[in-house]
Design a protein around this ligand. Structure first.
Ligand code: CP3
Length: 347
């Protein structure tokens, strides 16, 4: 264990140790449930301007840590920065989610550039350097990227879709071209994560939000395999790089994930069976999660029971408290405060 990990509870857990009080942060902790975020967002104009103006992205990153004293800050950015850095058009329409120019043909995949546009990723790295200067030494700074499969679901459809059918169909019709897209996104992700580590993040999370829609064989081919290669390639450049995986919604296929992908922790969604996780997952790696974001919206006894259940299920071994997916915009601030207090008091 190095000096940095002894000072940062979250890194101590990623090193395989239990913290008496589990470190806590929340997916999407910088966002619309915070009045100060809504004010900053209105000032920035567009969501992408907010992502690509280092001072503003740094401010959005720090807001939730200031308000709630979380143990980690997560870089304010988006997984769709990678397609943008590969020359695809990306925009965020208010209330409608992301829009991209759909990637529809093998020829369009073959035409993707070999590297990320430095003018796109440099402001992200600058935001990391700015946050680093402001953050207390006990708070970890997390970078992230989307896993190739999840990013591809947006690139192919040009938008979020209910069942990711466009990408699933494309992968069946054009497996070779789809494989080339996975390779391209995997190498762009390696470049991007290594850039984030060099700029100063302590650890990264790889978000595979839509992993759960694939049959087991396709999950192995399009999720496990590319992420396995990303983890190995990042560690070849950044020895010992700490990496959290989040293959959301995959149920018992989590076992295949941790057997094949050398992550330091997995983030759990709220549907997994705790006994299965204790026997098959937490015996190998640290876990993070997994309160239902709607229990946090509900508050009261639903919230208290959810917090207590996660602590009882996972708190005896290396554990990071989090939600099972991103915090929802309608979440009351008082419920977040109550959750943080309860996690810290329970130990
Ligand atoms: O966690 C954090 O606070 C850091 C910032 C972060 C954002 N997006 C900011 C954001 C992170 C880690 C992400 C990841 C992300 N982005 C994922 C994976 C995690 C997940 O939640 O599943 C995905 C699938 C995306 C793509 C994306 N970005 C969608 C589908 C949307 C629209 C839906 C929505 O929540 O509005 C976004 C926009 C987005 N990314 C917002 C924020 C704060 C809201 C935009 C706004 O402020 O108008």
């Amino acid at each position: 264990m190095n000096a940095a990990s002894t000072r940062k509870p979250l890194l101590n857990v990623l090193a395989g140790n239990r913290e008496p009080v589990p470190p806590i942060w929340l997916m999407r902790q910088a966002g619309r449930y915070l009045p100060e975020y809504r004010e900053l967002r209105a000032r920035a104009g567009s969501f992408l301007d907010l992502c690509f103006t280092p001072e503003l992205a740094a401010e959005a990153t720090l807001q939730p840590v200031r308000r709630f004293g979380f143990d980690a800050a997560i870089l304010f950015s988006d997984i769709l920065v990678v397609p943008y850095g590969l020359g695809r058009r990306v925009s965020f329409e208010a209330g409608e989610g992301p829009r991209l120019d759909p990637l529809e043909t093998p020829a369009a995949i073959a035409a993707l550039p070999p590297r990320l546009d430095p003018s796109v990723v440099e402001p992200v790295y600058e935001a990391i350097r700015l946050v680093r200067c402001e953050l207390a030494p006990s708070v970890a700074l997390l970078g992230f990227c989307g896993a190739p499969w999840t990013v591809a679901t947006y690139m192919i459809a040009g938008r979020g879709t209910a069942d990711q059918a466009p990408a699933r169909l494309f992968a069946y019709h054009e497996p070779e071209a789809f494989g080339r897209l996975m390779d391209r996104l995997a190498s762009a992700s390696v470049e991007y994560l290594v850039g984030q580590f060099r700029a100063g993040v302590d650890a990264v999370q790889i978000f595979d939000t839509w992993a759960g829609v694939l049959p087991a064989a396709e999950f192995a081919r399009w999720c496990i395999e590319p992420v396995r290669r990303i983890v190995a390639a990042v560690r070849a450049e950044v020895p010992g790089a700490k990496i959290i995986g989040f293959p959301r919604g995959v149920g018992t296929s989590l076992a295949a994930y941790v057997e094949n992908v050398a992550v330091d922790a997995v983030s759990l969604d709220w549907t997994v069976d705790p006994g299965f996780v204790r026997d098959r997952i937490q015996s190998r790696v640290a876990v993070q999660g997994n309160l239902d974001p709607l229990a946090l919206v509900a508050g009261g006894t639903a919230l208290d029971r959810g917090v207590d259940a996660a602590l009882a299920s996972y708190g005896e071994r290396p554990f990071i408290f989090n939600l099972g997916h991103g915090i929802l915009p309608e979440t009351p601030l008082a419920h977040v405060e109550r959750m943080v207090e309860r996690v810290r008091r329970a130990a």
